[in-house]
Design a protein around this ligand. Structure first.
Ligand SMILES: NC(=O)c1ccc[n+]([C@@H]2O[C@H](COP(=O)([O-])OP(=O)(O)OC[C@H]3O[C@@H](n4cnc5c(N)ncnc54)[C@H](OP(=O)(O)O)[C@@H]3O)[C@@H](O)[C@H]2O)c1
Length: 163
């Protein structure tokens, strides 16, 4: 039985999750949730996500970066040339697997037929951007948790979905 894959994403109602290599919003409560949930985990992520996340290597995270640039490897950072290679490396590392994107990586992982848990922060807005979380709503998820919240700028829902 392969390990559970956890996908971590915050996206808008129109599925936008990124703009110009950044998040399209600043939602402190979601950032806190993201950092706490991923601390100490084995994480598969794309090269841009890795390079634009200053705290990626902190808090005991073990990283598997998907990239053609093998020279990114260092202590706590493995490099894989494909998503399947990254998942193979992560399978042999401690704990469940966390997938943090970006776009193509989420697409490939969502298409897999294996157990997965989606930690989705759904931001109740239509937002402009250039990176999208793939359509997930047609897949057969079971909702295991839901919490509504808001700040001065956005309303958002923390959802946990499994399939
Ligand atoms: N809101 C959220 O929860 C969330 C989550 C994730 C990302 N984002 C946003 O999305 C953007 C970053 O994501 P992104 O999609 O642009 O980039 P990304 O996936 O982080 O990085 C892209 C690079 O990763 C490698 N790569 C990605 N998929 C690959 C595959 N299937 N096979 C082989 N290599 C692959 C390639 O690296 P090389 O060029 O080195 O070969 C590619 O150029 C940012 O705006 C970020 O804020 C938001």
């Amino acid at each position: 039985m392969p390990k559970m894959i956890n996908l971590m994403v915050a996206c808008a109602e129109n599925r936008v999750m990124g703009r110009a290599n950044k998040l399209p919003w600043r939602i402190p409560e979601d950032l806190k949730f993201f950092h706490e949930e991923t601390a100490g985990r084995t994480i598969v992520l794309g090269r841009i996500c890795y390079e634009t996340w200053p705290r990626a290597r902190e808090d005991g995270r073990r990283l598997v970066v998907v990239s053609s640039n093998a020279s990114l490897a260092r202590e706590g950072v493995r490099v894989a040339a494909s998503v399947s290679e990254a998942l193979g490396i992560a399978e042999a590392m401690p704990g469940e697997i966390y997938v943090n994107g970006g776009e193509r990586i989420f697409e490939e992982v969502l298409a897999l037929n294996r157990p997965m848990r989606l930690h989705l922060t759904l931001v109740h807005a239509e937002v402009e951007g250039d990176r999208y979380f793939p359509e997930w709503r047609h897949l057969a998820w079971r909702e295991t948790a839901r919490r509504e919240s808001a700040d001065a700028h956005y309303r958002y829902t923390f959802l946990t979905l499994e399939r």
